[in-house]
Design a protein around this ligand. Structure first.
Ligand code: DGL
Length: 293
């Protein structure tokens, strides 16, 4: 193999970077891991500064850029913004600052919902307060289908309920009933799970809105988009990184900005496995560090 082809082979073997405000993005990691068995991942959970869903545009943008720069400095080949709030608020700024392909969850989730709905789509979106306020999902849905009708509701209590693994408790059903009342009355064809944590509460949400509503997991839609982009750009790794891949095995590296032990425990609840490689880091000022070298 000559030097140039060795170099391009090395690029294909680079990891895909994923960041989220915390642990919820593990649902997106799982979707990517299942969809792309030849790839490996570096995940950053900004557990020191979670939640993003109640913060302002300027703050979410700043956090998102710092996280992206941290991952870019590790030599990733593509960046996935797993956090719906960061995807809704900060994607243009991240793309401006990072010289890499960046995939968020909003566009893929919105397009999948339009595909799943009928000719005159009625689509509901549940997300954090900041994502709902940004109107990013509604805008993306209407870009895919101008006549789509959209109803959005913020469900902030779903985040701690998912982390507590309260996936069957009567309290969770009662809260879901309250949050989803308006959506049920709207009778949507599709409902977008527009927050990283909501796939954990999928059964409660499905039972509450009714079996005929199609639930759209933005993380899964994002994984399809990443697979398509890797092939289109010639960035897909053609070789299996190892024989058998398991979620959280030592080929994937997890970083958090605080409370690594708690992250490991919640990861086990969400994925049935604790990360083999988990490290606490500082992500602030990666740029300044580079400049001072
Ligand atoms: N990861 C966030 C999202 O998907 C949910 C948690 C938070 O508010 O930071 O919007």
């Amino acid at each position: 193999m000559n030097k140039t082809s060795e170099q391009s082979e090395a690029i294909l073997r680079r990891p895909i970077g994923i960041f989220d405000s915390g642990v919820g993005g593990l649902t997106v990691y799982r979707a990517l891991h299942n969809r792309l068995p030849n790839e490996h991942f570096v995940y950053l959970g900004d557990t020191a500064r979670v939640p993003y869903g109640t913060k302002s545009l300027a703050t979410v943008e700043r956090y998102a850029i710092e996280n992206s720069q941290f991952l870019a400095a590790l030599g990733i080949k593509l960046l996935v913004v797993a956090c719906n709030t960061a995807s809704a608020l900060a994607l243009p700024k991240i793309r401006e600052k990072i010289g890499l392909d960046v995939v968020g969850v909003i566009g893929p989730g919105a397009r999948k919902a339009v595909e799943a709905a009928g000719a005159r789509p009625r689509i509901a979106v549940i997300a954090t307060e900041a994502t709902v306020q940004s109107d990013a999902y509604a805008a993306s849905i209407r870009q895919a289908c101008a006549i789509a009708e959209v109803v959005q509701t913020a469900c902030p209590l779903f985040v701690p309920l998912a982390e507590e693994n309260w996936t069957r408790e009567p309290e969770t059903f009662s809260i879901a009933g309250k949050y989803l009342r308006e959506i049920k009355e709207f009778e949507p064809e599709a409902l977008v799970l527009g927050c990283t944590h909501y796939p954990i509460l999928r059964d409660v949400i499905q039972q509450t809105v009714g079996e005929n509503v199609k639930l759209i997991d933005s993380g899964e839609a994002c994984a399809d988009e990443v697979a398509r982009l890797l092939n289109e750009k010639g960035l897909a790794n053609p070789h299996r990184v190892t024989g058998t891949r398991r979620l959280c095995d030592d080929l994937d590296h997890f970083y958090v900005t605080d409370a690594a032990d708690r992250f490991g425990r919640v990861a086990e609840r969400f994925l049935g496995a604790k990360p083999a490689k988990l490290e606490a880091v500082e992500v602030f000022g990666v740029d300044e560090l580079k400049e001072s070298k």
